[in-house]
Design a protein around this ligand. Structure first.
Ligand code: SF4
Length: 443
């Protein structure tokens, strides 16, 4: 049982702006923050959410679109990059208006963070928040705070940087800050039927869902194994209940899966989920912007993806070079890739609809490897999409990236920005990259 010092503290949760050369809303929602919001309410707190990214200039097909943007000065380390730099999300005046509409001063403020190199948007929010709500403790969490903990502690100006993994840990922190006390060994209240607090949004064009945590693979460029320890999955029927809840209650008809490993061991997870979605007659478009595992896509899975209305299919192929595939973790090989493409096409997808991510600018990678990858994907009948490599702290490849990059990746997260091609070298220059991009655009 909890010892409550005063009733119902008020927590303000903020999803900050993105500061970058480019940003597009491909079903972005702060799922971790919304899970915390739900957990807080479940445990008696009142919650206000301000999502600086909850705004589009124009909503396009499937609920996605461009964020409003405000041109801002480039941070000093990026001064020489010949591109405009912007703050993406609601204008500052709107943020201040939303702050002024917060009914009661919060007891604690929680701010999340995304990509490591977006931190200028986070710092700006922190600065404004501190001026507006004086003397209210601020906790900074999220991906940047976890991956760049020391940087955030030194430069963010918040009271607490949270780099834990469990939502329940942050809740205990908030209990402490607000005067709630948790008795030793007491369990936080967690109702399995509660869902992320999407109801805090005035309007929902789409939402995202996570059916699992973590990933059983350990690709050398990926932060998933560091950010989430272990691999666990929800009960398939509980997932379908959630999908039915949002599509029925809120009329949402676009859902993006945020899983790192949605298709792994499909007969125990993905197949029962989607068969049940079909059986219940749930009408919704599904999207996989984070990419799915190619090795699991056979005729049955491809047919199920098509029948259950997966409209955006993204595959994490990364490279067709077999040595690099093995060296970076071995999550896929070329035979399985070709089988997946054949199966998806037989199921009804056009080549254009099958987006295949290829990584460009891995440490030491030559441009020829990416050219071969593009040709291989095209020959297989799918749609190659280049993703510039971003070096991520705490990943095995980060050490190699630090050695080979011309930028100070260790001390300046702004240099993790994939737009600057952080591991460019004579064998793969920015001009090479532009030529590849241009070639794909023309075709
Ligand atoms: S399979 Fe995907 S999510 Fe899992 S470690 Fe590799 S890149 Fe990350």
């Amino acid at each position: 049982m909890f010892h409550v010092k005063h009733s119902s503290p008020h927590i303000l949760l903020v999803n900050p702006w993105i500061a970058d050369f480019a940003a597009y809303n491909f079903w972005i929602k702060p799922l971790g923050l919304l899970n915390i919001a739900d957990l807080l309410r479940e445990n008696g707190f009142r919650v206000t959410l301000i999502d600086c990214l909850d705004s589009l200039t124009k909503t396009r097909k499937y609920g996605i679109g461009k964020f409003p943007k405000t041109r801002i000065d480039k941070p000093h380390p990026l001064k020489s990059v010949p591109r405009n730099y912007s703050q993406y999300g609601i204008p500052e005046e709107m943020l201040l208006k939303r702050f002024s509409m917060v009914e009661e001063n919060p007891d604690t403020i929680g701010i999340t963070s995304g990509m490591t190199y977006w931190y200028p948007g986070v710092f700006k929010i922190i600065e404004i928040t501190k001026k507006f709500f004086r003397n209210v403790p601020i906790i900074l969490g999220g991906i940047y705070a976890t991956l760049c903990y020391e940087h955030a502690k030194k430069h963010s100006g918040v009271d607490i940087v949270f780099n834990g993994r469990e939502e329940s840990e942050v809740l205990k922190l908030i209990f402490g800050l607000t005067g709630f006390e948790v008795a030793p060994n007491s369990e936080l209240r967690r109702n399995n039927l509660q869902y992320p607090a999407f109801d805090l949004y005035p309007q929902l064009d789409y939402l995202c869902i996570s059916t699992s945590k973590g990933c059983p693979f350990t690709c050398t460029y990926c932060a998933s194994p560091f950010l989430t320890k272990g691999f666990s999955r929800r009960d398939p029927y509980n997932v379908v209940d959630e999908i039915e809840y949002w599509t029925g209650k809120c009329g949402v008809n676009n859902i993006a899966f945020y899983d790192d490993a949605l298709l792994v061991d499909p007969s125990k997870h993905f197949v029962p989920i989607m068969k049940e979605v079909i059986r219940r007659g749930i009408h919704c478009n599904f999207h996989t912007p984070n990419a799915v595992h190619i090795r699991e896509i056979d005729e049955e899975i491809a047919a199920l993806l098509f029948r259950s209305r997966f409209k955006t299919i993204r595959l994490g192929f990364e490279t067709s070079d077999e040595a690099t595939q093995i060296e970076t973790g071995g999550k896929v090989d070329n035979q399985k890739f070709q089988r997946a493409i054949k199966s998806l096409k037989r199921a009804g997808y056009s080549g254009e609809e099958i987006g295949v991510y290829l990584m460009a600018g891995l440490p030491g990678q030559r441009v020829g490897e990416v050219e071969k990858g593009i040709a291989f994907v095209k020959e297989s009948g799918a749609n190659p999409m280049l993703v510039e490599y971003s070096p991520i702290p705490h990943t095995p490849l980060f050490e190699k990236a630090k050695k080979l990059s011309p930028f100070d990746l260790e001390n300046e997260p702004l240099f993790h920005n994939n737009s600057i091609l952080p591991c460019q070298w004579d064998g793969f220059t920015m001009a090479d990259y532009r030529r590849l991009k241009e070639g794909l655009r023309r075709n």
